[in-house]
Design a binder for this molecule. Structure first.
Ligand code: PLP
Length: 382
């Protein structure tokens, strides 16, 4: 948006999604940014640039995307990475050998793999804690603790963590709080407003929304932290291509209307399954019976499109469902326009040790649904 335009916060989410980050190209009037497929930039004299010197540092198609993401999350700045995992790793790069991170005990399996099988070799240490239990969190904080990292709602159990409660425990100890906001998108939850230091998204999911890009981002308000993250982005170089940045900005334009339909479908599917005799448990924070419903209703602006269920009949029943749907495609990932179904125990969370899976409730009869934007009744029928 041009500087003279009203503050983005004055606009509705729908308007912001359509206009954030880029108004038009001043040279041509193009309403979408060109794809600047260039690695380097001619300089008039040594170090005399037009703002860009090398595309690992920045690129004119990446700039409007990062601006749009910051505006959507009401953050001072946003930086994008080649995947959600690369974004999380950039947070780990702010830590030194011996530093400690407290993680929520229900996390995407790939995040746990990064912590336990990559970052530990750099000397970082990790504790996994039920963050809905404030006493457990207080007991886990050590002098070396630098970060608390969690998802809310969590993947795949859809537990809701009270962000503000975690922040109020962390702050007196000088511990930073990072929230993986992937399941909500910037439209349904604002962890920075709840006091978090960093928000992360797997852009691969709702923000891009079309299952054709892998990307991640970090957003923050603190200038020193932002400067460090930008330095890490440029130095490590896990940056996305200009083409992918273009695609994601294109996806963002419809984020608000997509989230509305994801939510309508998630709620309808959850309510349908909640009264189905073949289902033992439905995990959907929008249901009044969900233990995190009250916190979700306060800190979220909606309940989203993710639903997890445990089938009566365990693995056999789950297998029949997983191979029996037509619209819900059997695939990893979530947040795309098309509905997906998957089996956490053998797919997204297979890399977790069996004991950890059992501890958080990832049983063989658990199935996770990502409700897309198809017709609501078609999904229920499927
Ligand atoms: N965080 C959550 C909640 C996820 O579900 C995923 C991927 O499924 C990631 C992070 C990792 O993101 P990416 O696949 O873009 O690296």
């Amino acid at each position: 948006m041009a500087n003279s335009d009203p503050q983005p916060t004055q606009w509705s989410a729908e308007t912001l999604a359509v206009h954030a980050g880029f108004e038009f190209d001043p040279q041509t009037g193009a309403v979408m940014p060109p794809i600047y497929a260039t690695s380097t930039y001619a300089q008039e004299a040594p170090a005399q640039t037009k703002g860009y010197d090398y595309s690992r540092g920045d690129n004119p198609t990446r700039t409007p995307l990062q601006k749009a993401l910051a505006e959507l999350e009401s953050a001072q700045g946003a930086y994008v990475f080649g995947s959600g995992m690369a974004a999380i790793d950039a947070v780990l790069q702010t830590m030194k050998s011996g530093d400690h991170l407290i993680a929520g005990n229900d996390l995407y399996g790939g995040t746990v793999r990064l912590f336990n099988r990559v970052a530990v070799d750099r000397g970082l240490t990790f504790s996994y804690v039920d963050l809905s239990n404030p006493e457990a969190l207080k007991a886990a904080i050590q002098p070396a603790t630098r970060w608390i990292w969690f998802e809310t709602p969590t993947n795949p159990m859809l537990q809701v963590i009270d962000i503000n409660q975690v922040v109020s425990i962390a702050k007196p100890h000088g511990v930073k709080v990072g929230v993986d906001n992937t399941f909500m998108s910037p439209l349904l939850q604002s962890p920075l407003a709840e006091g978090a230091d960093v928000v992360m998204h797997s852009i691969t999911k709702y923000i891009n929304g079309h299952s054709d890009v892998i990307m991640g981002c970090l957003m923050a308000n603190d200038e020193e932290l932002l400067a460090r993250l930008k330095f890490i982005q440029m130095s490590v170089g896990a940056v996305p291509s200009p083409f992918d940045c273009f695609l994601v900005l294109r996806g963002i334009r419809t984020l608000a209307v997509r989230m509305r339909q994801h939510e309508a479908n998630g709620r309808a599917v959850a309510e349908f399954l909640n009264q189905h005799p073949g289902i033992e448990t439905v995990f959907y924070p929008g249901l009044a019976s969900h233990p995190g419903h009250a916190v979700a209703a306060r800190q979220q602006r909606g309940f989203g499109g993710m639903v997890s269920i445990v089938l009566r009949g365990g693995q056999t029943a789950a297998h029949r469902l997983l191979t029996g749907t037509r619209l819900f495609k059997l695939a990893e990932s979530l947040g795309g326009v098309e509905s997906l179904i998957q089996h956490p125990a053998s797919m997204t969370h297979a890399s977790l040790p069996a004991a950890r899976r059992a501890e958080v409730g990832i049983v063989d009869g658990l199935v996770r649904l990502s409700c897309g934007i198809e017709g609501t009744q078609d999904l229920v029928d499927d």
